[in-house]
Design a protein around this ligand. Structure first.
Ligand code: CA
Length: 226
């Protein structure tokens, strides 16, 4: 089961300890030493779990956590906190961390927590999403409406998958932009509206409109009406 563990931590001693130790436990390890690069790496779908320090040089780990959790809610994140930072721990769990460890911690404890979280993730990993008459397969990237194959580009697929994962919720253009196009995208762009337009055209089926509702002055909501 070993997977790719992303360590987001700036203290060289701890980075080195985690890098060597996790490899001994059979994991592949990627390192990011600041919040920005940590966020970017975490959104790469090859990463299986993130070990995240709260105090980072540029962005707070909690800020990284909420961005990552929004874009990849299924990705397990274990937060590292210093002794006494109980408020970080609580906030971290609220923001989507699945577990936390207080420094100093033992490597075998961390490895055990990682294995436990990877097991949970493997069991809950969804390979398909469906809503109303729309079905998408996250592995084959096949999209069907009422059984009929719909051909989407990679970006259109990512956009639809993100909307469906958050079905019923109003998503702002900024949220969608960050989740689908990445963090650095120019916030003034109208690319979200353009792609929503493409999706609507492709998903329109017989007399049924695409299940994407415009929420005035905010953004969009996926609503299959069921
Ligand atoms: Ca730190």
């Amino acid at each position: 089961m070993p997977g790719l563990i992303l360590v987001v931590e700036d203290e060289p001693g701890i980075v080195d300890f985690l890098d060597r130790g996790l490899k001994v436990h059979g994991f592949d390890v990627a390192i990011a030493t600041d919040g920005q690069s940590g966020t970017e790496r975490a959104l790469d779908e090859n990463v299986d779990l993130v070990v995240l320090d709260i105090l980072l040089p540029d962005r707070s780990g909690l800020d990284v956590l909420s961005t990552v959790h929004e874009a990849r809610p299924e990705l397990p994140v274990i937060v590292l906190t210093a002794l006494g930072e109980i408020e970080h721990r609580v906030t971290g769990l609220d923001a989507g961390a699945v577990d936390y460890l207080t420094k100093p911690f033992s490597l075998s404890e961390l490895a055990a927590r990682i294995r436990a979280q990877l097991r949970v993730a493997a069991q809950t990993q969804r390979t398909a999403l469906s809503a109303g008459d729309l079905e998408i397969n996250l592995l084959t990237r096949e999209v069907r409406r009422d059984g009929e194959l719909v051909r989407l580009s990679t970006t259109e697929f990512e956009l639809l998958a993100y909307l469906m994962r958050n079905a019923g919720q109003v998503l702002s253009r900024e949220q969608i932009l960050r989740a689908v196009w990445g963090y650095d995208y120019d916030p003034g762009t109208n690319v979200v509206d353009v792609y929503i337009g493409y999706l609507r055209r492709k998903l329109r089926f017989a007399d049924r409109a695409a299940p994407i509702v415009t929420v005035r002055s905010v953004g969009y909501r996926f609503d299959a009406g069921d």
